[in-house]
Every structure is written in structure tokens, then in C-alpha cells.
Ligand binder design. Sequence first.
Ligand SMILES: [Zn+2]
Length: 278
Amino acid sequence: MTTLLCFSSFINRTIIKATLEMETALAVGSRLSLEPTGTDMPVLKDPNGRPFIPGSSIKGVVRFQAERILRTWNRPPHFWACDPFGEPCVPEKSRDGRKGKEELWEESKPSDAVFAQMVFEASCTACRLFGSPWFAGRVAFKDACLTNADVLPIVTQIRDGVGIDRDLGAARTGVKYDFETVVPGARFGLEILAENLEDWELGFLLTVLRFWEEGGIAIGGKTTRGPGWGRLKDLTVQQVGAENLLDYLQTRQMATREVGSLIQAFQEWLKKQEAGHA
Ligand SMILES: [Zn+2]
């Protein structure tokens, strides 16, 4: 059981950095252009006109992959994912034998810290890492900016889409729209911040990112028709812990953690859970 008091104290902070190199085009669009001559679905751009991938989109695909692994194993209360829309790990009110937020609040009165800890302990692995309606996650994803605009011949392209007839499920002639994509070969700088994660939790997160290194994760819109596929490269993990916080404040140097050994820590933790489960 995790007894880490995750919110009130500083245990460690980890920064994971990587480059996402697109192998196909990328469609991360805002719905409508504000420009009168704009495309139907333009790519999101920062104030300098540089395309970026919003942190929320990156979080979405990483959480989705993490939940797939968690549901395959499904070992509550240590390693599992709830269905936030069907059966959330901490419902508003008690149901199906699970304590609800209101009941936990009554039990923990009047301490906010005890309440936070009780909700945390009742939560699934995914909510503990990425957040739930009741608390912010311990893993945050920054917007990822395009880093190699200077070497790309063009940065974005307008592509034609075909309208799908909702009733027939087939392409409907005469219904056309266009959407903007970032070209293949584009590179984005990813940065993930994690607060107070145990080594096995970091190893789990890195295991998910391994799928992206192998090209098994797509991001953005229209991924079933091609865009969105790429690979993570140059993954690095840096960490500052309570024991070297003073050093860090003086030198701004974080310690490098080895990806392989963190993944191994996760595998060993999982084996131990399985041994206890059998
Ligand atoms: Zn949950």
C-alpha cells in the first residue's frame, strides 16, 4: 500500500525529455480558422506562428496507453485503471461497495490532508498518476514546440478531406473540406514533469513511452487514415530528490536516471505484486 504523503511534502521531481519525430503528417488542429481565408481546420500555432502539440493531447495518448496496460493486468488496489465514465474509482457518492467522495469527506473531517490521502488511496493507478476529478495528477505534460522548422522545406500543408455521409457511412460527393497538417519529418520537443513518483511508477511511465519509441502510438486527429504516427527519440530522465535539493538549488544540476534501470524497477515491483497476489 502506498503510504506516501504525495501532496504536502517534497520527495522528488523528475523531468523526462524526448524528441517526437513524425513519420507521417500530423493533424493537431483547432476547429476553425479565425482568418477569413483560412482552412477549415488549421494546425495549432504559438504566437510566433510555430506549430505545437498541446500538452493535453500528449497527456491524452499517454494516459490512454497506460490505461490499456493497467486494464490488461487489472490488480486492484495496486495496479489497475477505473472507467471514469462508467465506474470511477472514487464516485461522488458511495456505490457498488466503493466509498464515495462524500463518505470519505465525512470520515476525514476536519483534516484536508487526511481527506486527500484517503481519496488518493481509494484511487486507481491511472488517477493517482494522471489525476481525477478530485485531485490534480502528479504527471504534467508541457506543450511540445516544433524544433526543426529551419531545416524543413515547408512546415505545413493543406490537405483535402472528404465528407462522410452519416447515414450511408460512405464518402459523399460534393462534400469537401480541407485541413492543415504538419509535414512528416517534423520534430517536437516533449517535456514531462513528474512530482513525487516512486521508481516503479516512473518505470511504468517509461514503459508506456517505450511503445512510442517503437512507433506504436499515434497522436492528433485523423490517425486512422494515416496522420499522427511518429517515434520518440533521445529519451532522458533527470531527477532532484529531497536529499540533493540543496545541491540543486545552488548548481541547478539534476541527477541523471537511467531509463533501463527504472523500467527494471517497475518489472521487479510488478513481480513482487504478482507473488503476493498468487
Ligand atoms: Zn480512477
